[in-house]
Each structure stands twice: as C-alpha cells, then as structure tokens.
Design a binder for this molecule. Structure first.
Ligand code: ZN
Length: 338
C-alpha cells in the first residue's frame, strides 16, 4: 500500500509499504476513503518531537471495513466507519468512565495517511455510519475522527452550557471547531480570537458572535469589554503554549473554567492566581469515542457542518504539499482524498 512516512523533520514522503493485516481476532483492516493532516502532526514535522527513524504518520481517517477478525461482531466487511484517532476496547473501567483515551487495551494506529489501516479492538473503536453515505458528507464525517470532538471536548471540559459566554483562544481547525461546539451546546456569546480573515470567516459561519484580533493582555481586555467587564464563563484554549494559556486565564471570569485541548508544550500555570480567582482548568486529550454517539446524528442531519475547517483538498500523493501548507498556515486544514 501507499502510506505517508516522515523520514526526517520537513521530509514527508508517500512510500510503498506492506499491506497491514489482521493480527488479533478483535482487529479490523480498514480501506481509507479520506484522511487529513492534524496540527499535532506538525510537531514531529517541525522536529519538535523528532522521529529517530522513518515512521508512518497520521491519525485521522474514515473508510470502509475490508477485513474483520473472528471475534469482531459489531462491525462488518463493507461498513463505512469513523475511526477515533486512538483505538479502545470501550469496555474497561476507563472506557466506561468516558476516558477511552486511557483504555487499558488502547493505543494509536501505525499511521493513517495511508491506503489501509489495521484497527485493533474494532468493535470498541469503530463507529458505523448507516449507508449509503453521501459524498458531500465525507469532510464533515472525517472531522469526527478528531478535530470536531476535540473542540467539543474543550467546551464540555469548560462546562459550556445553554447561555454560557465563551472565548476561544486559537484559530486553527480545533479552535474553529470549538466555536461550533460551543454554539451547538447553546452558548449565548462566543468570541473567536483570530487575526486571519479566512479563519474569522469560518468562525463566523460556525456561529461566532465576535472576533477579537488582539492577543495577550490586550486580547483578554477586549474579551472582557465585550462581556461587560467580567470575562468569559468558559475559555477554550486550543493552542498549547504558555502564551495561549496565559491569555485564556486572563480572559476567564472569576469562578470560570478554562477548557484546554491544545497539546501542551512547556505550559506553565499560575496556581496562586487560579486559587484567588477560583478559576478552574480541565481538559486534555479528547476521548473522541465517548462523544461520537452524540455528535454523529447532528452531522448526518446537516445540523452542523464541521467539515468547513477543510480549506485545502489534495490527493494522497500530494500529502507533502498538505504538510507544507499547514506548516506555513496557508491552509487551515488539509483534506486528503484517496
Ligand atoms: Zn478500555
């Protein structure tokens, strides 16, 4: 099969590798219909989490089941499926508690920007989309593999509910997804923090009520000003740097919560300030599988169109261009068509 391999920082290639096969009777092999490039793929691409040797990359995909092991019951050959970016048995104590990302049998795939993917614990991991699947839905369905549930996780972690005031730090695909997720949960006011016109446009199409272009202290002040000088009930931190976390805590109201889903890199917290302002921090890596039963119907009905985060579509053999565009921020998110 053809598969995307990171050879060294900045060096993405489409290589020919052996087809993955069933290894355990709980496995499935899925033929990928569409995959995409994630902001977190850019960390190893930039050499921050450097790969020591060439390794397959990518973790978001949708596809059609090609093979199943003898113990697989819920998923059948030919099913169109969404794959959460981590696999899980969906039966252990952590899965039962909605933290499938900590599944005792869980883990990550070998790499999903590829033609075929071996999925361990297929019954616990894959979610079948009732067919026939309309091609126009593919981008929206693909976001359910990671980016939209991650934005949703930020909103859930921050306690967003009907009537909440929300500010979103980060205008990448996750931040934009968080705008949509907050609106879907009934937030009364959502402020997107972005200085890039095309991203502002997506934020508005996702229901964002206000755009704040400034950052840091100034940006937080602008958020407070919009919200009567008080600050946001919930701030969704979708970047993962010390600056973005500081900005989030400056924009949240006393007693409010920051929901964070940006993969943290050297983030420091000011716990004494959190103490005196009773501000909370909750979030982490999104347990996508926990949210799919709730989110999939809204995508199928057309109630939400989270696939608007894709502003570049490339065939798999141009995957290196997709990485370059996302690294240079000329694309919000790249959709890879197979
Ligand atoms: Zn589990």
């Amino acid at each position: 099969m053809r598969a995307t391999v990171l050879h060294a920082p900045g060096d993405i290639r489409l290589d020919t590798l052996p087809d993955p096969d069933l290894q355990d009777d709980t496995d499935a092999v899925v033929r990928v219909v569409a995959a995409c490039v994630c902001g977190s793929d850019l960390w190893p691409y930039r050499g921050v989490n450097a790969a020591k040797e060439p390794s397959q990359i990518g973790h978001e995909f949708i596809g059609v089941v090609e093979k199943v092991g003898s113990a697989v019951a819920a998923v059948q050959v030919g099913d169109f499926v969404i794959a959460p970016f981590l696999y899980s048995d969906n039966t252990c104590a952590h899965c039962a508690a909605g933290v499938q990302t900590s599944c005792v049998n869980g883990g990550g795939y070998a790499g999903c920007q590829a033609e075929l993917v071996r999925v361990p614990w297929a019954d616990g991991t894959l979610v079948t989309v009732p067919g026939p699947v309309d091609e126009a839905l593919l981008p929206h369905l693909l976001t359910l593999s990671d980016v939209f549930p991650t934005g949703h996780h930020a909103a859930i972690s921050a306690g967003v509910t009907a009537g909440s005031t929300v500010a979103v730090v980060g205008d990448g695909a996750v931040g934009l997804s968080a705008v949509l997720a907050a609106k879907r949960l009934g937030a009364s006011t959502v402020i997107a923090m972005s200085r890039h016109a095309p991203r502002q446009e997506v934020a508005r199409s996702f229901g964002g009520d206000h755009i704040v272009e400034t950052r840091g202290k100034e940006g937080a002040e602008a958020v407070k000003e919009i919200l009567g000088g008080i600050g946001a009930d919930a701030v969704l931190e979708c970047v993962g740097t010390t600056d973005s976390m500081k900005q989030a805590f400056r924009a949240v109201r006393p007693g409010g919560t920051v929901g964070y889903v940006g993969m943290p890199h050297d983030v420091e917290l000011n716990v004494p300030v959190m103490f005196y302002l009773n501000t909370g921090l909750r979030g982490g890596v999104a347990p996508v599988r926990a949210y799919l039963d709730e989110l999939l119907p809204d995508v199928l009905s057309g109630a939400i169109e989270p696939g608007k985060v894709f502003d570049q579509t490339l065939p798999l053999d141009q995957v290196a261009d997709g990485y370059r565009s996302m690294d240079e921020r000329t694309a919000i998110k790249t959709y890879l068509s197979l």
